[in-house]
Design a protein around this ligand. Sequence first.
Ligand SMILES: NC(=O)c1ccc[n+]([C@@H]2O[C@H](COP(=O)([O-])OP(=O)(O)OC[C@H]3O[C@@H](n4cnc5c(N)ncnc54)[C@H](OP(=O)(O)O)[C@@H]3O)[C@@H](O)[C@H]2O)c1
Length: 411
Amino acid sequence: MFSRGVLRAAAQSSRHFGARTVTRSPVSAQPQINLDGRRYVSVYGYTQAKALIYSKYGEPKDVLRLHKHSISAPHATQVNLRLLTAPLNPADVNQIQGVYPSKPPFQSALGTAEPAAVGGNEGAFEVLSTGSGVKNLNKGDWVIMKRTGQGTWRTHAQLDESQLIKIENKEGLTPLQIGTVSVNPITAYRMIRDFCEWDWMRAGEEWLIQNGANSGVGRAAIQLGREWGIKTLNVIRQRKTPEETEALKQELRDLGATAVVTEEEMLTGNFRDMVHEFTRQGREPIRLALNCVGGKSATSLAKTLAPNSHMVTYGAMSKQPVALPSGLLIFKNLVFDGFWVSKWGDKNPELKENTIKDVLQLMRVGRFKDIPVDHVQWSWETEGPTLAESVQGTLGGFRSGKGVFTFTGGD
Ligand SMILES: NC(=O)c1ccc[n+]([C@@H]2O[C@H](COP(=O)([O-])OP(=O)(O)OC[C@H]3O[C@@H](n4cnc5c(N)ncnc54)[C@H](OP(=O)(O)O)[C@@H]3O)[C@@H](O)[C@H]2O)c1
């Protein structure tokens, strides 16, 4: 378990924004041979690859298509990679819809008829081969991309070594853990660490409250809160039956949630009393709210906060604006912030790597459980529409697990 003191030292951060880089993969149409029914390497050393791309914005099922291309043998500092696992996150879909602020540039680098971008922003890849100038990576290493926006929904990729983070010790880790570590857990980690001056002498007596508590970010916040002695009050949406709702509450309590309520319970008149009871008649302050929903849900979170606390908005799943009673700003001096991990990571690459290492260590020792996932097997034969359809469901709500592409097509 991390001590609060150790983590304080690792918790320096900045919220400034930075620049984004662009991925280029040399391509060429080459004759191919299929070695042992698994490998797709041409006689000239070109690797056959497929990428889920889009050339215009729209619904994933309408604009995503599978593009076959080939990747040359790596030279200099280039690294050839094979996909292990890549999640389907809400922001990936927003990006394809064209409503997300960061838009990967459409390029012709993959030899597409029209300039295109590759979908996906995070994932775990295995190193297949390296150019002669590559210093720190070897065949078989596992890596993640340093920055978002480079396109991870592809069977293979060729990137420069400088664009990759090597997983130093993959023992005890799974591709799923590595492929989902760089966005959601890091977002939860930084929001908890960077927006609240926790009183470390009061471990176990301070709270955070969050909505979307069953999301990837929410589950990470619960587990980090448990590790750091911060109690969590978690808001979920009611399920179809009371039994299903109770099962989800229990799932989150098993992760370490101190209390779980439904959005419906939160919006009743009793919620104030419930909070009073949870927090020992207000003696244990709620010092941070994490909001990924907006609308009335966000307003209710804000009302529970102790004076001088922060609410961090990092998502807008209900698509409703955040409306706040003026008194919360005037009389309680609450602070309302936003957080975007992509820009934060671009600005703080070293801290991002250290944060990832911290979370991977928790995973390695079994103190950070995997998110529930809905595996989408991606083999060499998988058709584009099948993959596009699985992306389409990402924003649907009430899902049993996060969609995750797992490439089973070999090298
Ligand atoms: N700002 C950043 O840097 C950053 C980083 C990571 C994630 N995010 C954002 O954080 C949010 C969660 O991402 P994730 O990957 O953790 O999500 P996820 O695991 O895919 O889960 C989605 C969450 O959204 C909830 N949800 C869906 N539709 C909703 C609606 N109409 N009203 C209220 N809740 C709804 C779901 O609740 P149900 O199960 O009840 O449907 C679930 O809790 C997203 O908005 C994402 O864009 C932001």
